[in-house]
Design a protein around this ligand. Structure first.
Ligand SMILES: [Zn+2]
Length: 83
């Protein structure tokens, strides 16, 4: 793992506006993202989580090519159907 990638794992990307959960690079498996396959920036990444007493919700992160979060959006109405 390169030094940059190691730093990205520890990088605080954003704090969820709903539940205040801090989202770090490791939370979005930043090292598994193949940036060569991303053809549109900022990329959209959806992170579903529940935190403390807040029920499950989806946090959409808009991440630029420097892995900085430009914006985020929350949806608390969601269904994950994986068939
Ligand atoms: Zn949250």
């Amino acid at each position: 793992m390169s030094k940059t990638r190691a730093l990205l794992m520890k990088k605080l990307l954003t704090i969820c506006p709903v539940c205040k959960k801090p989202i770090y690079g490791r939370d979005i498996d930043i090292n598994k993202i193949d940036i060569k396959k991303i053809n549109r920036w900022p990329m959209k990444y959806v992170h579903c989580h529940s935190h403390e007493k807040t029920p499950l919700h989806a946090l959409t992160l808009y991440i630029d090519a420097n892995f900085s979060v430009r914006a985020n959006e929350v949806s608390d109405i969601l269904k994950i159907q994986d068939v």
